[in-house]
Write a protein that binds this ligand. Structure first.
Ligand SMILES: [Zn+2]
Ligand SMILES: [Zn+2]
Length: 432
């Protein structure tokens, strides 16, 4: 092999060996306010790596998983601290040949598998003036998931005397594993292809019900979040709720009632808006907002497990503006529209049953976020009480089939609503 004249290396990451992992991560997370990616175990090095993205580069926090791990020996000898600098190259074998030809001492003559599926090799510190340098050839990124099919952004349905209009607040992405809980990736990935960050595409589909009043059920993410949030959640709001309302011939002033299934940011984000002076207020100026009391209490007093989903700017301005109405029980909100607590996803998550002239529809909220969640065990890892979700879903699906109800899926990327069928225990959907 002929060695290239130069190695075009860029900084990939800086490796830091730690002895007290929790204390170290809490420094980066709490004191520096950085996002810590999922960890990865590198068996060959008996080490667990925690990556912290930093613009173009990363920190790699290294925790030994065995007493004979090179990182454990490093910490024992030299104490915790800077461990190595990693440079990314296009062709690691060519880079190693290049260095060898120049008499550089190598720890690894041949590349071996490292974290993130990359090939890695180390250069001996004696050749780098005391610094351990890792060379890394990144594996090509997995193929991008198929583009979300272009959809009519709004769709209209009739249920008796009521008109239902499914709207869109665009798309976002959540971790595929979290979306399907205990279901293994080989089963869910064909139905919801993950991207290079293991995220799947989800829609946000609020629903308008027009009867004696005009009601909006949930309101999507809204436009208040920053670029960092949009990056983490892969937000695509090129077509948002405002566009959808306009396409439906409606404006924010036409909405009389805003009804919340629950207050997670992908449902309640659109409840409030910021005016030009930066003040937060209700996004629907004439509406009263109906929220389950227990959900309100949980959202305003979150704990470590649900805090990331409840953003106070989405709902506290409603109380301040005096437009909030808390409901305690299952009840009729307007003629033909009833709420029912399901629990499961959150303790007080509620779904909406719609009925007029013997015809039925249901907005199940995050009880059944997509059509792929119809099988009993396909329950989100996000759910706080998954066994309650299981019971509520069984009862709901039976009822939806018995009533021949049109079921709306708030997050299905390809389908706003469908009828559910079940043959020999296997559930399927039929588009209206
Ligand atoms: Zn939710
Ligand atoms: Zn949701």
């Amino acid at each position: 092999m002929t060695a290239p004249a130069a190695i075009r290396a860029v900084l990939d990451h800086v490796g830091i060996a730690v002895s007290d992992l929790d204390a170290a991560l809490s420094f980066y997370r709490d004191a520096l306010g950085l996002e810590i990616d999922a960890s990865e175990e590198v068996r060959s090095q008996r080490v667990r790596a925690h990556f912290i993205p930093l613009g173009q580069g990363k920190l790699e926090i290294l925790e030994a998983t065995a007493a004979d791990s090179p990182v454990a020996r490093f910490v024992e000898k030299r104490g915790a601290g800077l461990h190595h600098v990693a440079l990314r190259v296009d062709d690691i074998r060519a880079a190693l040949a290049h260095l060898k030809a120049r008499g550089v001492r190598l720890v690894d003559e041949e590349p071996r598998p490292g974290a993130e599926g990359a090939l890695v090799a180390f250069i001996h510190p004696s050749s780098v003036h005391g610094v351990l340098v890792e060379l890394k050839e990144a594996r090509p990124a997995p193929p991008a998931p198929p583009a979300v099919p272009a959809l009519p952004a709004i769709s209209r349905y009739t249920v008796g005397d009521l008109e239902l209009i499914s709207l869109s607040d665009g798309f976002f992405r959540l971790d595929g594993g979290s979306m399907f809980g205990v279901v293994p990736r080989p089963l869910w990935a064909p139905k919801a292809p993950p991207d290079g960050r293991n995220r799947i595409t989800l829609a946000m589909r609020p629903l308008v019900v027009r009867g004696v009043r005009t009601m909006l059920i949930d309101a999507g993410l809204g436009g208040k979040e920053n670029d960092r949030f949009h990056d983490i959640y892969g937000v695509d709001r090129r077509y948002s709720l405002d566009d959808a309302l306009a396409d439906a011939g409606l404006s924010v002033r036409d909405i009389d009632i805003v009804l919340a299934t629950h207050l997670h940011f992908d449902h309640a984000g659109g409840f409030t808006t910021r005016d030009e002076a930066g003040r937060l207020g209700p996004a629907f100026p004439r509406a009263r907002y109906i929220v389950r009391r227990g959900e309100w209490e949980d959202a305003t007093r979150p704990h470590e497990r649900n805090r990331a989903s409840y953003l106070p700017e989405n709902f506290t301005p409603l109380a301040d503006a005096g437009v909030l109405e808390l409901v305690d029980d299952d009840q009729t909100i307007m003629p033909g529209v009833r709420v029912r607590r399901t629990g499961g996803h959150t303790m007080h998550h509620q779904m909406v049953w719609i009925e007029s002239r013997g015809q039925h529809a249901a907005y199940a909220g995050d009880l059944v976020p997509t059509a792929a969640h119809l099988p009993d065990a396909w329950i989100m890892g996000f759910d706080l009480y998954p066994v309650d979700t299981l019971a509520a879903k069984k009862a709901f699906v039976k009822e939806a089939i018995d009533r021949q109800a049109l079921v709306f899926f708030p997050h299905d990327p390809a389908m706003a609503a469908a009828y559910i069928a079940e043959t020999h225990g296997k559930r399927s959907v039929q588009r209206p």
